[in-house]
Write a protein of this length. Structure first.
Length: 113
């Protein structure tokens, strides 16, 4: 009895693996067909993209430190503003670091000459 149950389970897993391979192959063929036909039918491509991006993820409340106090930002407009300020500061720091590195390298090259 146990041997039969074990064999049934192995057959079940085998069939699941075959089905998984078929589904993945079908999906890959569909994606390739859309990719190859995008010049002739761009609407088909954009319908496929739209079908994959229908859900909208909500950004949760943000906690911001302002004047040494924590403030919770809940409105979408304020969340967008907080993100803009954050990324401006981040990219400004990155830009400053790149410029400082460039100036240091340039200064070292002048010193070597």
């Amino acid at each position: 009895m146990a041997m039969q149950a074990n064999q049934d389970f192995l057959d079940y897993k085998y069939q699941c693996n075959i089905l998984r391979r078929l589904v993945r192959k079908d999906l890959m063929e569909k994606q390739n067909a859309v990719a190859l036909d995008y010049r002739n039918n761009p609407k088909h491509l954009w319908n496929y993209v739209k079908s994959k991006t229908k859900h909208c993820e909500v950004i949760g409340d943000l906690v911001v430190i302002e004047d040494n106090q924590e403030k919770t930002v809940t409105s979408n407009k304020d969340k967008a503003q907080v993100c803009v300020v954050f990324f401006q500061v981040y990219f400004l720091r990155s830009l400053v670091m790149i410029l400082l590195h460039y100036l240091l390298v340039h200064w070292l090259l002048i010193q070597v000459d």
